[in-house]
Design a protein around this ligand. Structure first.
Ligand SMILES: Cc1cc2nc3c(=O)[nH]c(=O)nc-3n(C[C@H](O)[C@H](O)[C@H](O)COP(=O)(O)OP(=O)(O)OC[C@H]3O[C@@H](n4cnc5c(N)ncnc54)[C@H](O)[C@@H]3O)c2cc1C
Length: 867
């Protein structure tokens, strides 16, 4: 039973919403012994499942998974009748849960919360409802749902229609009978796709107005999967645990098969299996790279289009129903029962609004650019103002009266999708920046509710009364959310995930796409690090451990995990020969890098013998000579060769449009300092002298290098300047070694755990140069004479021990009057920017490098960057 309010109108917590989230939140808050009041505009519990009563409304996550897991007895007592339950059954379930736990007594129905204002003095929220009720509470929790504010139809004359009007998201409780009627359905998202086949069964004429064709696969509804029921029977707790730690909230082994490299038969087999299974996460898991790589995505998308063409008999309608304007999965795919087949019925017609836009709704029906239609009923299946809509619909004002609407005017900003800075004790369940709509929401909801409950308990036990995220933690999380999205194809779509369905809504990827498991881990890590990024206050004072929970790029973190799982020996424990063999073996497993026009090998006469080189010529026009870049590979003067940096050289060549000459210099310990530096200078001199033969433009020469290659590249620049030539137009130094001082902060912060370690760097130095030589400017160019060096681009990566020496070199060059561009590889390690085709988030940094190279050669023709 709930604790009653100690003072009338004053509660420990107010919860808005009585759907899956609000009900479970109430249950947990009661367990904490808090007094709670729940409000819902609806007349009963259920949320989504109270409102969306349209024909065909069902869940699209199997009901074995789309259910609460917190109550094992409930799981035993409730049996779902179908693989995908209908709306009435899910609503019954939520009523059953409500009554089973006696939750109803704390819920006030048919009451809308209109405003919530933080009272600084009292440290309480003042809540107002449409019943003019005012309450005060310490914790204000919005369990208002992601899809609970319908989007109003943005069609001219919408109110003019004289017949019956229905909204799928506000369907009348008594239902609708379309028998013998001429019906229009506007919208072909999930609700449209579910309802159209059933409306078609009754209507005498059905006209479907489609703005965007959507991907849909058959649900193959029926009894719940026997295999899944068996799994649950055998080990229910294990199954639920796996769901909680899965990517989407359903136990599923993510495939590692890449669409781009799989054989045609494997592609077909995997796709057909997913099609036959009829599950959302199955069809999203045909290939590991389908959400990232356009080519892989096209394979799945085209197979779905093939299916549509095979079902829909009218080729024109089939074409119009085949989505082509977005990558598969970047808009929520639908599950259907006979959707495409419906368009084969003689009384069903599709109107493609791309060809024939709606001009206005009229009294009789709808006028398009070409035709006037008369209807008895209009059905709007036009979707929702997703995720932020319900939150900003309430006038929420935090510290200093700042409103949530104002704060989020250019896009939502949250910490973990749970809280937002400036709004103490205000929690959102499944808010923007949480996995929510990209997951099985019941799993996400349970996680959120449990995290909030744990937080309130910890707060109380530690004697704190308020909690709020810091601005730093919040901006770090927002960045992480966007970084996760940026490596996927999602931001390319005009989806409701991007806010693109609501005119005027800022374009912003709303949910967290890093996965339920990664999100749960982040939330747990925040707690285990003493509520990192939260400020807590109470009578005893303030506690704040400020910081950012995820600073590394998500794909870099993934690579780090994979490398750690390989259990490789640390390089610095190996002989040089074994370390080289290991590096060569690793290189075999990488993607090859982009195609270039031509690759030829040759040799350069060096001071200690021939130096092999590889020349990369860009594809395509213009014919004729191009600027030249002499590139030096990384590997600490000990490792690396033409092959090790081949994908990077291809990428640089393709992006910059310059010829790239990658040069092997002598390795330590066989040839110690200053052999590598002297070889580099000799190579630059030779390439300059042979520019025309190589296909280059004489006098248009730059150098580039990564790591130790950056070291020898910039030493070559210094030697060239001192020697009065060759003339160099610029230098690009990617995470270069420019000093032998290993005490800088970046060594302390990143000297362990990020592949290039302090121990490995020491091993490199020991192989290359005697301690007495390490201050020589040809080993530590930062200590050299810097004026007169060419324009420079330096890449400094956040998680690189060499970061601060790169930054110091940039500052010193600037001070010496050299134009410098410092490119920060945010969230990257020493190696990750160079991982072409593996670390997608490195591409923008490489694009910046290529731009710097092009700027060195103002007359050079730019080239299309590789995709
Ligand atoms: C048709 C449809 C099918 C779906 N199918 C699935 C599925 O298969 N799997 C899945 O994971 N998710 C699905 N979803 C998403 C679904 O919304 C969630 O799974 C889940 O039901 C959300 O629960 P909730 O309690 O967070 O929010 P909701 O169920 O949306 O409940 C929020 C409640 O808050 C109330 N409310 C909002 N603002 C106020 C206010 N200011 N004052 C008072 N009350 C307010 C609303 O009236 C509503 O009742 C579906 C959504 C829709 C629309």
């Amino acid at each position: 039973m709930n604790k009653p309010a100690s003072v009338p109108g004053q509660f420990d917590a107010v919860v808005v919403g009585a759907g899956f989230s609000g009900l479970y939140m109430l249950y947990r808050l009661r367990q904490l012994g808090l007094s709670v009041k729940v409000f819902d505009s609806a007349g009963d519990v259920g949320g989504t499942w109270y409102w969306n009563r349209y024909p065909g409304a069902r869940c699209d996550i199997p009901t074995t998974d789309y259910a609460y897991s917190f109550d094992p007895d409930l799981e035993q007592e409730w049996t779902w009748s179908e693989k995908y339950a209908t709306q009435p059954e899910i609503l019954d379930y939520l009523r059953f849960v409500t009554d089973r736990h006696g939750l109803r007594s704390d819920i006030e129905f048919s009451t809308t919360v209109t405003s919530a204002r933080w009272d600084e003095q009292e440290e309480r929220w003042r809540i107002t409802t449409d019943a003019r009720k005012e309450l005060r509470c310490r914790y204000y929790i919005m369990a208002t749902g992601c899809l609970s504010v319908p989007k109003s139809p943005d069609i001219d004359g919408a109110s003019r229609f004289a017949g019956r009007v229905y909204f799928t998201s506000r369907w009348p409780h008594e239902g609708a009978d379309f028998t013998g009627q001429r019906v229009a359905v506007i919208g072909t998202g999930s609700s449209g796709i579910q309802s159209i086949p059933l409306i078609a069964r009754q209507a005498s004429q059905l006209t479907v107005f489609q703005r965007t064709a959507n991907f849909s696969i058959p649900a193959h509804n029926g009894p719940a999967s026997a295999e899944r029921l068996k799994q649950l029977d055998e080990d229910r707790e294990g199954y639920r645990h796996d769901a909680r730690w899965s990517r989407g909230g359903i136990p599923l082994e993510p495939t590692d098969i890449l669409g781009v490299t799989a054989s045609e038969s494997v592609r077909r087999e995997r796709f057909e299996a997913a099609w036959a299974q009829g599950e959302l996460f199955g069809i999203l898991n045909v290939f590991a790279d389908q959400g990232l790589n356009p080519a892989s995505n096209d394979i799945v998308a085209e197979m779905i289009r093939e299916k549509i063409r095979s079902i829909v008999t009218d080729p024109g309608a089939a074409e119009a129903l085949s989505p082509k304007d977005h990558y598969f999965g970047t808009k929520r795919p639908c599950l259907d029962t006979g959707y495409f087949e419906t368009f084969n019925l003689p009384h069903v017609r599709l109107v493609d609004l791309r060809k024939q836009p709606i001009v206005s709704v009229t009294e009789e029906g709808i006028d398009t650019a070409d035709e006037s239609f008369a209807f008895d009923a209009l059905v709007y299946a036009t979707g929702f103002d997703a995720m932020t809509g319900p939150l900003v619909a309430v006038d929420v004002a935090g510290r200093d009266g700042v409103s949530l609407r104002e704060k989020w005017a250019s896009g939502p900003s949250t910490y973990l999708g749970l809280m937002t800075a400036g709004f103490p004790n205000f929690f959102m369940l499944t808010g923007p920046g949480s996995p929510s709509v990209l997951s099985n929401m019941t799993v996400s909801i349970e996680q959120h509710v449990e995290w909030v409950t744990g937080c309130l308990k910890d707060l109380r036990e530690a004697g704190f009364e308020t909690i709020e995220p810091t601005a730093l933690a919040e901006s770090g999380w927002n960045q992480h959310v966007q970084d996760c999205a940026a490596i996927t194809l999602h931001p390319t779509a005009n989806s409701w995930y991007m806010g693109a369905n609501v005119p005027g809504k800022p374009r912003f990827f709303l949910p967290y796409i890093g996965g339920v498991n990664a999100y749960r881990q982040a939330c747990d890590d925040v707690v285990s690090q003493g509520y990192l990024g939260f400020r807590m206050t109470g009578p005893g004072g303030t506690r704040c451990r400020d910081g950012v929970i995820r600073r590394m790029q998500p794909d870099v973190a993934m690579v780090m995990e994979l490398v750690a799982a390989m259990g490789l020996p640390p390089m610095d424990t190996l002989s040089a020969a074994d370390a080289r063999a290991l590096m060569a073996a690793m290189a075999q497993t990488r993607p090859p890098g982009p195609e270039v026009g031509e690759v030829t090998d040759g040799v350069i006469p060096g001071p200690g013998g021939d130096l092999p080189y590889r020349l990369y010529r860009p594809a395509g026009p213009p014919e004729g000579p191009r600027p030249l870049v002499v590139y030096f590979h990384g590997g600490g003067w000990v490792l690396g060769d033409l092959d090790s940096d081949d994908p990077l050289c291809r990428d640089l060549c393709a992006r910059s449009g310059a010829l790239v000459v990658s040069v092997n210099y002598r390795h330590a310990p066989e040839a110690r300092f200053p052999a590598a530096a002297l070889d580099a200078f000799a190579a630059v001199q030779w390439v300059d002298a042979h520019a025309a033969e190589l296909g280059g433009i004489p006098g248009q020469l730059a150098v580039a290098g990564w790591s130790a290659g950056g070291n020898v590249a910039t030493v070559a620049c210094q030697l060239a300047r001192d020697a009065g030539g060759p003339y160099l137009a610029g230098q690009v130094l990617i995470c270069p070694v420019v000093d032998s001082d290993m005490t800088r902060l970046s060594y302390q912060e990143n000297g362990e755990g990020y592949i290039l370690t302090t121990a490995l760097m020491r091993w490199f130095w020991d192989h290359y140069a005697d301690p007495a030589d390490r201050g020589d400017r040809r080993a530590a160019p930062l200590r050299g004479n810097l004026p007169g060096l060419p324009p420079t681009c330096i890449v400094a990566a956040d998680f690189d021990p060499l970061r601060d020496e790169g930054v110091a070199y940039a500052r010193a060059l600037e001070a010496a009057g050299v134009p410098v561009r410092l490119a920060r590889a945010r969230g990257h390690t020493h190696t990750s920017v160079t991982m072409v085709g593996v670390v997608i988030s490195g591409a923008p940094v490489r694009a910046e490098i290529a731009e710097a190279l092009r700027n060195f050669f103002p007359n050079a023709a730019p080239q299309e960057p590789p995709s």
